[in-house]
Ligand binder design. Structure first.
Ligand SMILES: C[S@@+](CC[C@H](N)C(=O)[O-])C[C@H]1O[C@@H](n2cnc3c(N)ncnc32)[C@H](O)[C@@H]1O
Length: 230
């Protein structure tokens, strides 16, 4: 699938004070999302968009001083809006969405961001093609993907692609509705990654837990030493 890239984006910030998932003004987005879930329940992987409490807890896991972020599975843009509200410049945000209808929705709502209709497994090629990598690797990947319902192979492809476009100390931030990390210990060991549990969003529908994946320290040190020798 060709990557389509929008180069402009409007700055918007959240105004609703509470943590419940939707305000009246979000209903059209929730309806669009629900219709896409009816058509593609496995890839959309949720009945409704994430709530603001979960968005805040995802953003709380960004490394200090984060400037450039990649979002996987943007949906209707709940995390996108929160990232911009947090101060990430739209031009420093790359949002990938596989579903064509949701991609069009994101493109209209965030015309100043890099918004691409594409598969997270092809993240490295997409990020290079749209020029996002010209300014260097990203500080963080914020993932709204339904990793839990993906095969081990797909999880591995996505994590590999993500860590190829992240800084050595970069973080992959993921939420899940399940009781434990959606990526198993054996796969983490194979990929040289560590995981830690982040916040829990009680008010989300359904409640969700945040997990943060990073490179194992020993591998990071090896990579730095190899760079220093080159
Ligand atoms: C659980 S929804 C989360 C949407 C949004 N981030 C939120 O929290 O409301 C997962 C999203 O990932 C998208 N998606 C699924 N597989 C994908 C893939 N391989 N590459 C990019 N996006 C994907 C779906 O179309 C859907 O919009």
């Amino acid at each position: 699938m060709d990557a389509r890239i929008a180069s402009d984006c409007r700055m918007t910030s959240p105004t609703r004070p509470d943590d419940r998932p939707r305000a009246e003004s979000d209903l059209p987005a929730a309806w669009t999302f629900f219709r896409q879930w009816l058509r593609n329940p496995l890839t959309v992987a949720a009945l409704s968009p994430s709530g603001r409490q979960l968005a805040r807890q995802m953003i709380a896991e960004l490394p200090h001083g984060t400037e450039r972020v990649i979002e996987l599975g943007g949906g209707t843009g709940v995390f996108t809006r929160a990232l911009i509200g947090h101060g990430i410049r739209p031009q420093d945000l790359l949002v990938l969405e596989l579903n064509e209808t949701l991609y069009q929705h994101l493109r209209t709502r965030f015309p100043d961001c890099h918004v691409v209709c594409g598969d997270a497994r092809e993240l490295e090629a997409i990020a290079a093609r749209c020029g996002f990598l010209a300014a260097g690797p990203a500080d963080a990947v914020i993932s709204g993907l339904g990793l839990l319902s993906m095969t081990r192979r797909t999880q591995a492809d996505i994590l590999n692609a993500a860590f190829r476009v992240l800084k050595p100390e970069g973080r992959f931030v993921q939420f899940t509705y399940g009781p434990k990390s959606p990526v198993g210990r054996d796969l983490l060991a194979e990929l040289g990654l560590s995981v830690r549990r982040g916040g829990f969003a009680w008010w989300n529908v359904p409640p969700a837990t945040v997990y943060v994946y990073t490179r194992n320290r020993s591998r990071g040190i090896q990579a730095v030493r190899a760079d220093a020798r080159a």
